[in-house]
Design a protein around this ligand. Structure first.
Ligand SMILES: Cc1cc2nc3c(=O)[nH]c(=O)nc-3n(C[C@H](O)[C@H](O)[C@H](O)COP(=O)(O)OP(=O)(O)OC[C@H]3O[C@@H](n4cnc5c(N)ncnc54)[C@H](O)[C@@H]3O)c2cc1C
Length: 68
């Protein structure tokens, strides 16, 4: 969390927590509009895909267990 409770991400929409991504109005950003939210979401989706691809089998199972 950053300024006024918004979530801080990098340009890949990664948060400080591995495997957790944020997009749209929840982000600490300069503009909160539909277009920026949709753009963020596209980036976050690709980042999520890369994150999952790079997980080893054991890590993936651990992530699934943690999120359920
Ligand atoms: C009055 C108003 C007018 C606007 N007009 C424009 C405009 O003309 N053009 C424009 O581009 N943008 C406009 N915006 C901004 C635009 O609506 C937002 O930037 C955009 O909707 C952000 O999308 P989002 O998916 O990040 O968040 P949201 O659209 O807010 O979606 C978040 C969703 O998460 C849900 N949610 C919240 N908490 C939880 C929870 N704990 N569990 C599960 N679900 C949860 C909410 O119910 C909501 O459905 C306007 C905003 C407002 C308030």
């Amino acid at each position: 969390m950053g300024h006024r409770g918004f979530v801080i991400t990098n340009s890949a929409m990664e948060t400080s927590v591995p495997g957790v991504f944020a997009a749209g109005d929840v982000r600490d950003t300069h503009l909160r509009q539909v277009t920026t939210a949709v753009g963020d979401a596209a980036v976050a989706a690709v980042s999520t895909e890369h994150y999952l691809e790079n997980l080893k089998g054991g890590d993936l199972i651990e992530t699934i267990i943690k999120t359920n």
